[in-house]
Design a protein around this ligand. Structure first.
Ligand code: NAD
Length: 499
């Protein structure tokens, strides 16, 4: 079991890795057509792991052509769902068989602790592939209640060529949330991983081919957003663009679509999630643990990070002391050490961005109560301490903008009513949480909070069976659950007039 491997064991395995670093188009690995590459860097050491194909317009054209040809050929799209299921289950199985390799690639590529890539990212990704694979031969279409001389069928069909553009914070998991329902529904898929974290997506392509996904059905194009991402967004022969990433880039995709073929655009974007702790919370120790995990898990690089702690004045000091005591035990460490709870920030750019917000918080007059410093481990890497700002005003930058780092903004409020107003005072609406032992407040808040997920007495609850997505500028559409199929299928009405 991975959990038993030591830091030295993991380090010892690095030399044995072989990095897939070319694009995967039409069932084959291939260099980018321009020959351009970019450095794939381990953020914990600054070392270049490999040089990866930097795909651009011509590569996108080739991938879309391969995907369209595969879709038209119909080997995958017209395959019996039960057979597609078997292939997807095989892929899930191969992912679990290669769990340690995938976890190591993920940790080296983006800096997250190996403790989580082995237990959260890879098993969660394989489970996603498995769940959508299992679903497809259990979904039935509909027949409408029409007059007796008519049969009207409401059927769902694969949308066609689907492009998925994903971020770096959970590279494999975010990819699998998109590609699993898209493939299961019979589409041809082009996945563009973030330039910071292409390695697991490329290995996934190889495993998919080994599982039996026909050539051209699953393609992976590493490359930059402005080039490969934009070319996918503007392509005239892409039917659906499913995106996870920042709100800023999500808006670009809406523009790309409007200026090209009006492809469907589905957006899972940023967040600034409120985590409300009322004085009647059932157990402050439990609430503190969940609050700490809610902000510092994955270095705070989580779209649903509970980055605004809205807490009733009368318990604030007691509660904050508990949260900070947990934070003190989560200081960043070598991501390959299985004891490490917080790893490296994904790259220097992100580190500078987060440090810029820490600076802004101090300048705006919030009280830096904990952390706030950049840390170097073994003289390398970009690590940031778990950080807490107290006495934050909700109008401050650190309360309104997504930091995407380990920075908690604590906003004291006088009562539950003010907590609700402050919670909804944001452009985002991805998630929110409320800790209370009053069923009336729990219900009132869960109805009134304007976000796609509301957690009561926990943080980050949910599994593959529950939909996930945002209100407001956190996006549209839903990942996970059967609702995810809505993004990747077209609905057709067939009205048959009987003689
Ligand atoms: P990002 O928006 O910078 O990049 C995401 C993807 O878009 C990458 O593949 C990137 O190459 C591509 N891209 C960047 N610029 C582009 C452009 N001009 N045209 C086309 N494509 C472009 O986001 P990120 O920094 O990789 O990830 C962090 C963001 O992702 C945060 O805002 C976070 O909240 C969000 N996120 C949201 C969810 C969710 O489910 N709602 C989940 C994870 C992350």
């Amino acid at each position: 079991m991975s959990a038993q491997l030591s830091r030295d064991d993991w380090k010892g395995r690095i030399g044995g890795l072989s990095y897939r670093n070319q694009a995967f188009i039409g069932g084959k690995f291939t260099a980018s057509l321009t020959g351009k590459t970019f450095d794939c860097v381990n953020p914990a050491t600054g070392q270049v792991l490999t040089k990866v194909a930097a795909c651009e317009q011509a590569d996108v054209d080739a991938a879309v052509k391969a995907a369209r040809a595969a879709f038209e050929k119909g080997t995958w799209a017209n395959m019996a769902p039960a057979q597609r299921k078997r292939i997807m289950l095989k892929l899930a199985d191969l992912m679990m068989k290669n769990r340690e390799e995938l976890a190591l690639l993920e940790t080296l590529d983006m800096g997250k602790p190996i403790a989580f890539s082995t237990t959260v990212d890879v098993p969660g990704s394989a489970n996603t592939v498995q769940w959508f694979g299992e679903a497809i031969d259990k979904i039935y279409d509909e027949v409408a209640p029409t007059p007796g001389n008519v049969i009207a069928m409401i059927t769902r069909e694969a949308a066609g060529v689907v492009a998925c553009v994903v971020p770096w914070n959970f590279p494999l998991l975010m990819a699998c949330w998109k590609i699993s329902p898209a493939l299961a529904a019979g589409n041809s898929v082009i996945l563009k991983p973030a330039e910071q974290s292409p390695l697991t997506a490329l290995r996934l392509a190889e495993l998919a081919a080994e599982a039996g996904i026909p050539e051209g059905v699953f393609n992976v194009l590493p490359g930059f957003g402005e080039t490969a991402g934009q070319a996918l967004g503007r392509h005239m022969d892409v039917d659906v663009l499913a995106f996870t990433g920042s709100t800023e880039v999500g808006k670009y995709f809406l523009r790309y679509s409007g200026e090209s073929n009006m492809k469907q655009v589905w957006l899972e974007c940023g967040g600034k999630s409120p985590n409300i702790v009322l004085a009647d919370a059932p157990n402050l120790d439990v609430a503190a643990r969940r609050t700490a995990f809610g902000i510092w898990f994955n270095q705070g690089e989580v779209c649903t990070a509970g980055s605004r702690l809205i807490v009733e004045d009368k318990i604030k000091d007691e509660f904050l002391a508990k949260v900070m005591a947990i934070g003190q035990k989560m200081m960043p460490g070598d991501p390959l050490d299985p004891k490490t709870q917080m790893g490296a920030m994904v790259d220097e750019t992100q580190t500078k961005r987060v440090m810029g917000y820490i600076d802004a918080g101090q300048k705006e007059g919030a009280k830096l109560a904990m952390g706030g410093k950049q840390v170097h481990i073994d003289n390398a890497g970009s690590f940031i301490e778990p950080t807490v700002f107290d006495n934050v005003d909700n109008r401050m930058k650190i309360a309104q903008e997504e930091i995407f780092g380990p920075v908690l903004s604590v906003i004291p409020v006088k009562d539950a009513e003010q907590a609700l107003t402050v919670a909804n005072d944001t452009i985002y609406g991805l998630a929110s949480a409320i800790f209370t032992s009053d069923i009336n407040k729990a219900f009132k808040f869960s109805k009134a909070l304007r976000s796609g997920s509301v957690w009561v007495n926990t943080y980050d609850g949910g599994d593959i069976t529950t939909p996930f997505g945002g209100y407001k500028q956190s996006g549209n559409g839903r990942d996970k659950s059967l609702h995810a199929f809505d993004k990747f299928t077209q609905m057709k009405t067939t009205w048959i007039q009987l003689g």
